[in-house]
Ligand binder design. Sequence first.
Ligand code: DAH
Length: 347
Amino acid sequence: MQDLVDSALERINSAGTAADLEVVRVDVLGRKGVLAQLSKDMGKLTADEKVARGKFINAAKQTLETAYESLRDRFASEALTARLDSEWLDLTVPAPGVKPGALHPITQIQWEIEDLFRSLGFSVLDGPEVETEHHNFDALNIPADHPARDMQDTFWLDAGGPLGRFLLRTHTSPVQVRGMESLPLPLRMIAPGRVFRNESVDASHEHTFYQLEGMMIDKNVSVGNLIYFMKTLLSAIFKREVTVRLRPGYFPFVEPGFELDIRCLICGGPGCPVCKQSGWVELLPCGLINPHVLSKSGIDPTQWNGFAFGLGLTRLVMMRYAIDDIRWLQSGDLRFLDQFKSEQFAQ
Ligand code: DAH
């Protein structure tokens, strides 16, 4: 009997892995194991022999279980140590740091233009993106039955008020009206912001884009003043002297209205694909403020006049960086945005 126990003990102690040990455990301590065998012929023993056998079995059980448990604990602690070693982490290594972001190219150009106009005495105004029909259309000389409304289809809201239904503004021109309502005369203001159109989206059309509106009201403002400010603006943006020309353009809120073109910066005049072989690029609609627009906002057109312009910021960014698809600008794609980390603006 002692032999059986000794060899069981030997088997336990020679188990090399936790899996081996488990096999041995079943053989030795399991229901059909060595210990169970020791009590198999118990029924045939005398009372004294039973007592002696019982003591022997208890002692053997104790010995074998102790040997088993200590080896099991050793394997468990070795496994834990191995895991800790493999998952070791050096907490003294400095953190990699936050990846620096940068301003969106539209914001960069917007801030440049804001700085320029502030230096010329202009206020920078903000207007709501959800506008009233009055500010977006009627006060700009575009009544409900006017064909010009068709050129600027937008997203209408169900709600409205005394100033008509609410809509997503189609241009930044309604901020002109808000400027005339809130600023003392003479006034100089610009208003950059996001605008919306009900457009099908493609490489050159977006439902959401950015404009920058400008307006100056004073005494005896002339087309000469308008040209001066526009040339100053464009030379600052393109960082060189630009040649401009005016063509007649129709917008109900200016009279006369113009399309201002610049000499193509790519070819310098002879013609190329960018300027569609014409030598000129259409950039900036503008004009002298229509007297109706002044009087609708309570300004006496016999005393005051002025100019207004609407710069397409999105378009300008596309020209400046030769971006061929407008959809990149709203994509939030870091492969695109990372290219505009300028020294000046990176945080
Ligand atoms: N609001 C016009 C548009 O989005 C652009 C425009 C034209 C603005 C002439 C002006 C202007 O201020 O004088 O199509």
